[in-house]
Design a protein around this ligand. Structure first.
Ligand code: GUN
Ligand code: FE
Length: 419
């Protein structure tokens, strides 16, 4: 059980911020939120209160798309577009994760960095290597990161060093599923993207997802060259999304990264099926893919969450991801002649936090019954010419994104970081 005291900030709805100044955030012995209170309820009199003074206590982040084996190539190859970037930098880097010692070292570091940056839930791609994927899950579990990790499936177009046969891919996926025995880190079916998977493999993955009731993650309509390639590979499909739908990889527990160039038809198909768009603003900018129309997608009623997409994205911090999301949406508004609108700080923060809660079967914000995921931020070092409101301090923290300002992180009701 935890009783935290401070300025409690959460996003109960898209565009809404709930602020309880000098309030109490209480979770039970299972780590579930009991509630947010402006005064301490009588029944907790005498219990230990973790008093964070004037600090901000806010929902921690869910990074719903990132590639763990790309962590050691952050900020590299950024002048290339997607397919060249994959072939020149990404695939050769990921191939190294056949080495379990290397995997242990890098994934240990990544897991700690996620927590230090206030990311407590993830949907993550590993590489195609089963052992390294289990090591990654183990390191996340130990560090206190919750969520989903996928052993990547790719049986074509990976080059000699990063390809499985169809049989190997299916066999090692089944073995991996048997060996996944973690409490907070669960498996997710992960066909890399259509150009990486034969029809036979896609069909089998759809069956495995259904049989084990597992979520699915992949990439969709990120880059125009990629889209043209998918058309060549699947002449029977008019649009990219149909290549997933055809093999039962398209439902309300599916995460599709990017969707930069999705047509109205593709967006409607996502909305109808409840597929999540994972917006990765920095990556789309770095790889010159385009600027996704997120404001429009929200108006159309799509489910949108955020991803750092490292190493297409160059920063692991979700503070940074939220800030790049806002900036991308402003660029999109300008491109649309100021007709589409842009995302406010509150809206982008919602996308980086509460929007993913439904994927984890939870309600938005600090709702009663949700597992407690939060961070404590100390912004007292910043200068200003007048006293700032909590809302102004919150906005500043999103833009200034100072990692050292994070003083404590709570994941699934456990204090996993505290300085
Ligand atoms: N499409 C297929 N693989 C990848 C990847 O690793 N990163 C990005 N950004 N897009 C992809
Ligand atoms: Fe990606």
């Amino acid at each position: 059980m935890l009783i935290l005291k401070g300025n409690i900030i959460s996003s109960p709805k898209f565009g809404e911020l709930s602020i309880v100044e000098h309030g109490y955030l209480i979770s039970d012995v299972e780590g579930k939120i009991i509630g947010v209170f402006s005064t301490l309820p009588k029944e907790y009199d005498g219990k230990e209160v973790k008093d964070y003074g004037d600090k901000l206590i806010m929902q921690s982040f869910s990074d719903m798309h990132l590639h763990a084996p790309q962590y050691p190539m952050l900020g590299m190859g950024m002048d290339l577009q997607l397919i060249d970037w994959l072939n020149t930098y990404t695939f050769p880097t990921e191939a190294n994760f056949k080495d379990n010692d290397l995997a242990r070292k890098i994934y240990h570091r990544l897991a700690l960095e996620l927590i230090k940056n206030g990311t407590t839930r993830v949907a993550m791609f590993s590489s195609l290597h089963k052992e390294a994927t289990l090591i990654l899950m183990d390191e996340l579990e130990k560090a206190g990161v919750c969520g989903y990790v996928g052993k990547v499936n790719m049986d074509r177009n990976g080059g000699v060093d990063l390809e499985e046969t169809t049989e190997e891919s299916i066999k090692s996926t089944n073995e991996w599923l048997k060996e996944c025995k973690f409490t907070h880190v669960k498996p997710i079916i992960t066909p890399r993207f259509t150009p990486s998977c034969t029809n036979e493999l896609m069909e089998e993955l759809g069956k495995i997802a259904k049989e084990h009731d597992l979520p699915i993650q992949s990439h969709l309509s990120e880059n125009t060259g990629e889209i043209a390639w998918v058309k060549e590979l699947h002449p029977d499909c008019k649009e990219y999304w149909e290549t997933y739908k055809k093999y039962n990889l398209w439902n309300d527990k599916t995460l599709m990264a990017h969707c930069v160039h999705s047509s109205l038809k593709e967006r409607t198909a996502m909305k109808d099926a409840g597929v999540y768009v994972v917006h990765c603003a920095a990556s789309n900018n770095n790889l010159i893919s385009g600027v996704a129309p997120i404001k429009l997608m929200k108006k159309e009623g799509l489910r949108v969450v955020l991803g750092s997409d490292i190493a297409g994205g160059d920063q692991l911090s979700m503070f940074d991801v939220v800030a790049s999301t806002i900036k991308a949406s402003k660029n999109r508004d300008i491109m649309d002649k100021w007709e589409s609108g842009f995302l406010s700080v509150e809206e982008a923060y919602y996308l980086g936090t509460s929007a993913a809660n439904s994927f984890f079967n939870e309600k938005e914000g600090f709702a009663k019954g949700n597992k407690l995921h939060c961070l404590v931020l100390d912004d007292s070092d910043l200068v200003s010419v007048r006293p700032l409101s909590v809302k102004e301090r919150f906005e500043r923290s999103m833009y200034l994104r100072e990692k050292d300002a994070i003083k404590a992180v709570i994941s699934d009701g456990r204090i996993v970081y505290n300085i």
